[in-house]
Write a protein that binds this ligand. Structure first.
Ligand SMILES: Nc1ncnc2c1ncn2[C@@H]1O[C@H](COP(=O)(O)OP(=O)(O)OP(=O)(O)O)[C@@H](O)[C@H]1O
Ligand SMILES: Nc1ncnc2c1ncn2[C@@H]1O[C@H](COP(=O)(O)OP(=O)(O)OP(=O)(O)O)[C@@H](O)[C@H]1O
Ligand SMILES: [Mg+2]
Ligand SMILES: [Mg+2]
Lengths: 252, 252
């Protein structure tokens, strides 16, 4: 049974793409069949896996120009595939606005892939526009990465409102997979303040695993590698490995 | 003579808002009259100054419902005013798409404020949509904060393309004020790699001042303060103070 998980947060730079890449890779390394769908015109998922993205992207797929198979690429990680995105996806943002059922374009494509994978992860841009809406409609659950800093905490209620609106009117089965605290920095009380606040609101929706700020995580994409293949033993790899296990075991 | 500077980068979390707040505060502390215009529905500039933003925001101003004066607030920093934003600005993104001269709404408002200020800073969201386009049309110059990490570097050429397009068709006088390297982390070679690359392309458009990663900078907004009022002597305050001087002296 395939689970489709959207990774969303309108706050920029909270680790959506980093989590899409490393959680997917971590889950694949535990022998699950995984697909990453880059749904951000920035196209960072592709580069984070060292994959070019000049043509045959998710844009051409959802607009019906090519098949999903034509856009799918096997990454360096066994069992982990990717459908990349590039700047053309910005065009989708504009073209879709005029179409009927404009929030369902990604869903229609991914429903047909459920038989091929155990998990599909969707990386979203830092906004609550039509692209993220497609992500929230296409998924079974949404995973929220949350940087333990003030501005990111501020944006959380706005994100939850949007999720509730989508649940009401477009995707009644949508639930929150979990909230992932990211970029923890032990040197400041800010990390604890934000963590306490979030756990206070979300209880056991918050993953026990928290991702520390670790330079290896930031370096890995410059080598086109998930962190596990860049430095197997660093704190970042250990954390995303722990998260992959916690994720697979589910939150009950 | 007033200079209007837009702070833009479609990559999330590179320090746009942090720079809008702290560069503006730093320039005001050097006895210049400064206005910060929050043009991001996340509304982080307001909170970073400890200012509520429930009504009378930049949205109501550009749609013509209230006067600019009604939305303007004096911050804790003498000579530094703010026009806040909130989630309503997302509505502008949709309403403007249908209007004539939709990229000029912010410009029309700010042209009338030139006589009241030495500098006007516009904070933009992490996207290249209609809100950032309004910012790029309303300004004299654009300041680009750039986190010294791989994904941020990747997005730079896309941003420069957009600036060139706007220069061609909407704002012929638009130039780049400068590129500000942010969140430098000495513990990784990544910072140097990115810095070398950017300086290689942009030469002396890159500010000599570079902002280090400093936890005081991340803590300050949780107190509703620019970093200078949170910890006057920390490295973050020193860096933004240096930047303010370099900014005022201009890049020639
Ligand atoms: N735990 C971490 N430790 C150190 N650096 C990190 C960590 N997680 C992410 N980063 C780095 O922080 C930056 C922002 O992360 P990322 O791009 O994944 O966030 P995002 O939410 O996808 O951003 P955007 O909103 O632009 O899509 C990147 O340079 C990334 O490499
Ligand atoms: N030099 C720095 N040192 C430490 N933390 C920083 C620094 N600059 C910014 N931050 C923190 O990093 C996070 C991202 O910064 P900020 O919100 O200003 O970026 P942004 O580009 O405006 O993000 P968005 O794309 O979401 O608008 C914030 O939590 C901020 O407090
Ligand atoms: Mg991303
Ligand atoms: Mg911002």
């Amino acid at each position: 049974d395939c689970k489709i998980v959207t990774i969303a947060n309108q706050k920029g730079g909270v680790g959506k793409t980093t989590t899409a890449i490393n959680l997917a890779a971590g889950v694949a390394l535990l022998d699950k069949k995984v697909l990453v769908v880059d749904f951000d015109p920035q196209g960072n998922c592709g580069s984070g896996f060292g994959i070019k993205k000049d043509e045959n992207t998710i844009y051409e797929v959802i607009m019906g120009h090519i098949s999903t198979k034509e856009a799918m690429i096997e990454t360096k990680v066994k069992n982990c595939s990717l459908i990349p995105a590039n700047i053309n996806l910005t065009g989708a943002g504009i073209e879709l606005v005029e179409k009927e059922e404009r929030e369902f374009f990604l869903k229609k494509v991914l429903e047909k892939e459920r038989s091929n994978f155990d998990y599909i992860f969707i990386d979203c841009p830092p906004s609550l526009g039509i692209l993220t809406l497609n992500g929230l409609v296409a998924c079974d659950t949404v995973l929220i990465p949350l940087q333990t800093e003030f501005f990111a905490l501020e944006g959380l209620s706005q994100l939850i409102n949007t999720i509730n609106l989508v649940k009401k009117s477009l995707n009644p089965d949508l639930t929150i997979e979990g909230v992932l605290l990211t970029m923890l920095d032990k040197r400041t009380h800010l990390t604890d303040d934000v963590a306490k606040n979030v756990i206070g609101h979300f209880g056991n929706k918050v993953y026990r695993t928290m991702i520390p700020r670790n330079i290896r995580i930031a370096e890995a994409p410059s080598y086109g590698l998930p962190v596990f293949l860049h430095d197997k033993h660093c704190l970042g790899s250990k954390a995303y490995e722990e998260l992959a296990k916690e994720f697979i075991n589910g939150k009950g």
